[in-house]
Design a protein around this ligand. Structure first.
Ligand code: ATP
Ligand code: MG
Length: 103
């Protein structure tokens, strides 16, 4: 199951996302929390301390990886890109375990 939470600024997206992550993890689900906001703070909303949270590299800064997977050079507009790039190896390479949640 994939759940995407989106909406206008400051309405509680990160708070709700963190609560859902914790609830599903408590129920025994294998939870992968992905913060696609360039100004990421889901790790903090989950309760991670600022030092550990700051070690997580935002997806928006992984320009080489995004280019490699989507085929779209960074900073170019109007180019075509893959809508379903390979991503299944990314959690293993970049995620941090926190309270039973992969962040
Ligand atoms: N149900 C709620 N009732 C009252 N305050 C809330 C509720 N949910 C979240 N908040 C508070 O509202 C503020 C914004 O919440 P949050 O950061 O989750 O929003 P966001 O949609 O992720 O914001 P952004 O668009 O900046 O990423 C926070 O201070 C949070 O504690
Ligand atoms: Mg947010």
């Amino acid at each position: 199951m994939k759940i995407a939470i989106t909406g206008k600024g400051g309405v509680g997206k990160s708070t709700l996302s963190a609560a859902l992550c914790r609830s599903f993890a408590e129920l025994g689900y294998n939870v992968l929390a992905v913060d696609a906001d360039p100004d990421a703070n889901l790790a903090l909303a989950l309760g991670m301390d600022t030092g550990d949270a700051s070690k997580i590299i935002p997806i928006s800064e992984m320009k080489d990886l995004v280019e490699e997977r989507t085929g779209a050079p960074s900073g170019t507009y109007g180019s075509t890109f893959k809508l379903n790039p390979k991503v299944d190896d990314i959690p293993e390479r970049y995620a941090t375990m926190f309270d039973g949640i992969k962040v």
